[in-house]
Design a protein around this ligand. Structure first.
Ligand code: ZN
Length: 234
């Protein structure tokens, strides 16, 4: 029986939902994020706000919330040129992937998270990767996750589970999952404090939260919210 988990927690809608689910399942839940020179540190601030709100508003979860880790991954900026780490506009590449894609980024995240989990004695890695709504990031695919689970378990000689609760959900279902885990208060925390916008916009408030409203991340989040709230569940 697995009792402890490390959640890859960026402060977005997906990872906040994953964190909430882990808090309903595991006795001790730690969180980790990576600072890789994001153009905007809004995301890293958002995650602290989410953690604080969860601690305050969910007394059953608060005692389970363990240490929060922030790992410096500035080296990613040296090996990639993307609009997330440099001052470039968003566009689709000829590969069919958006230029936000940092090749293999998620593989690095999982490897570092696994090393941290090993040291902290945590059994399960939880990540909000998803095949359904995303732009085909190959390092977020289910097969990639299963291969990583095997490689990390073998390479560290310790059974490690990679849990991907959102793998087959679309964004509307992710909102609905949040509601089922923490009711309207959790949905409110996600709307108010989690951050998805690629441009780091915290000036424009929509029904689904803060953001520019037009970047791919905002569009995805807004469309999911529309379908979720249109279904009469909001
Ligand atoms: Zn945006």
């Amino acid at each position: 029986m697995h009792r402890t988990a490390l959640v890859l927690f960026s402060g977005g809608q997906d990872s906040t939902t994953c964190l909430a689910q882990a808090l309903t399942r595991y006795e001790r839940v730690e969180t980790v994020a990576f600072d890789y020179g994001q153009r905007h540190h809004v995301e890293l601030q958002a995650r602290l706000k989410v953690l604080e709100a969860l601690r305050q508003q969910f007394p059953a979860w608060a005692p389970r919330m363990g240490e929060d880790h922030l790992l410096d991954l500035a080296v990613l900026g040296q090996v990639s040129e993307t609009s997330l780490t440099r001052d470039m506009a968003f566009k689709m590449e000829s590969s069919g992937l958006p230029n936000t894609f940092v090749p293999g980024r998620n593989l690095l995240f999982l490897t570092l998270a696994a090393a941290l989990a090993y040291r902290r004695g945590l059994d399960v890695l939880v990540t909000g990767v998803c095949e359904t709504d995303y732009s085909g990031y190959p390092d977020c695919r289910d097969d990639t996750m299963k291969a990583m689970q095997l490689a990390l378990s073998l390479g560290m000689d310790k059974r490690l589970l990679i849990e991907t609760p959102l793998m087959w959900l679309d964004k509307a279902q992710t909102w609905a999952l949040a509601e089922s885990l923490g009711g309207a208060p959790l949905v409110d925390v996600i709307v108010e404090h989690s951050h998805s916008c690629y441009l780091g916009d915290r000036e424009h408030r929509h029904a689904w939260g803060w953001g520019c409203g037009s970047c791919p991340a905002c569009e995805l989040r807004a469309r999911g919210w529309e379908r979720y709230s249109g279904s009469g569940k909001a």
